[in-house]
Design a protein around this ligand. Structure first.
Ligand code: PMP
Length: 287
C-alpha cells in the first residue's frame, strides 16, 4: 500500500509530495516537529504534542501553519487513509521557502510555513521485545545548541549519537554536560534509587518530554517518590534501575550503562510498572 502523506492542505501519495529545495528546513534546519504515537487507531497524548508545537513555533517567531486548528482532523485522516492500528505520526513545520537562500527570515506575510505529516506503520508498537529485554546505553558528550527545549529538526548530533551507540554494540546514548546527564538522544533519562525516581529538572537544557510529564504525573498519583534534579553517569551506574521515556518508546527499561549492568541486569520493577500504568492510562484517554 502506498503511503498517503499530508503536504500544505493536500493528501498525496508519498512520491508525489514535493517540497522546494529552497525550503528553510532543508537549508537551515529552520523547522520544528512533533511525533505522536497511535495505539489501537487512536492518538496518544495528542494535546500535549499540540501545545508543545505551538510553544516551539512561538519561541522561534515562526507563524502557525494555516491548518493549525485542523491538526487533530489531519492526524485522524492520515490514520484512516493509511490504515494505522499502531504506529507513529510525524509532523513538521518549517518557515517555508522564500525561493532563494538567505539567512534572514522571510517576511511571514509573503512566505507561508510548510506543513508536512506522514505516518509510520508499527504493528505491535507497545509490545516491543526491547521493552522485555531492556536497552544498553553509552554516554557521550552533549555538544548540542543551548535551546534543546525547542523541538527543532536539528537532529544531526542525535543521529551521530545513535551511530556511536550502534558502533559500541548498544542501543542508544545518554548525553552528558558539565558532568551531568542531560537526556537521551531522542528521549528523557531516569534512574531509580531506593524506590525514588530521579530525572533531570526542566530547563532549556532538555526537551520537555510529553511522555515525561505524563509518566511523572502517574508516578506521583501512584505515591512513588519523584525528584527532579541532575545526576551523573556514576550515580546512574550505581542506581537500582534506569529507564527512558519518549512518545515512540513509551517507558523503556535501561539495563546497562557504559558496559556496567544495573542491578541484576534485567529490566527494573519500577520501569516495568510505570510502562504498564502509562500504556493503560494513555490508552484510556487516547483520542
Ligand atoms: N528528548 C529528546 C531530545 C527527544 O528527541 C525526545 C523525543 N522527541 C524526547 C526527549 C521525549 O519527548 P516525548 O516524550 O515528547 O516524545
Amino acid at each position: 500500500m502506498t503511503r498517503t502523506v499530508y503536504l500544505n492542505g493536500d493528501y498525496l501519495p508519498e512520491d508525489e509530495a514535493k517540497v522546494s529545495v529552497f525550503d528553510r528546513s532543508f537549508l537551515m534546519a529552520d523547522g520544528v516537529y512533533e511525533v505522536t504515537s497511535v495505539l489501537g487507531g487512536k492518538l496518544i497524548d495528542f494535546n500535549g504534542h499540540l501545545v508543545r508545537l505551538e510553544r516551539s513555533l512561538n519561541e522561534l517567531d515562526m507563524e502557525k501553519p494555516e491548518a493549525f486548528d485542523e491538526l487533530l482532523e489531519i492526524h485522524r485522516k492520515l490514520v484512516e487513509l493509511n490504515d494505522i492500528e499502531d504506529g507513529l505520526i510525524y509532523l513538521q513545520v518549517s518557515r517555508g521557502s522564500a525561493g532563494d537562500r538567505d539567512f534572514a527570515f522571510p517576511d511571514p506575510e509573503l512566505v507561508k510555513p510548510t506543513l508536512v505529516l506522514f505516518t509510520q506503520n508499527k504493528p505491535g508498537l507497545a509490545d516491543s521485545p526491547a521493552a522485555q529485554a531492556g536497552i544498553k546505553i553509552i554516554s557521550i558528550e552533549d555538544i548540542r545548541w543551548g535551546r534543546r527545549d525547542i523541538k527543532t529538526v536539528q537532529l544531526l548530533y542525535p543521529s551521530m549519537g545513535k551511530m556511536m551507540a550502534k558502533k559500541a554494540g548498544c542501543d542508544d546514548a545518554w548525553m552528558v554536560e558539565d558532568g551531568a546527564v542531560t537526556e537521551g538522544t531522542s528521549n528523557n533519562a531516569y534512574i531509580v534509587k531506593g524506590g525514588k525516581i530521579i530525572t533531570r529538572h526542566l530547563s532549556t537544557d532538555i526537551l520537555h518530554g510529553i511522555t515525561r510529564a505524563a509518566v511523572l504525573r502517574f508516578a506521583r498519583e501512584a505515591q512513588m517518590e519523584v525528584e527532579e534534579r541532575a545526576f551523573t553517569i556514576e550515580e546512574a551506574q550505581d542506581a537500582d534501575e534506569a529507564f527512558i521515556t519518549s512518545a515512540s518508546s513509551f517507558v523503556m527499561p535501561v539495563v546497562e550503562i557504559d558496559g556496567k549492568p544495573l542491578g541484576d541486569g534485567a529490566p527494573g520493577s519500577v520501569a516495568l510498572r510505570l510502562r504498564e500504568i502509562y500504556l493503560d492510562e494513555s490508552r484510556k484517554v487516547a483520542i
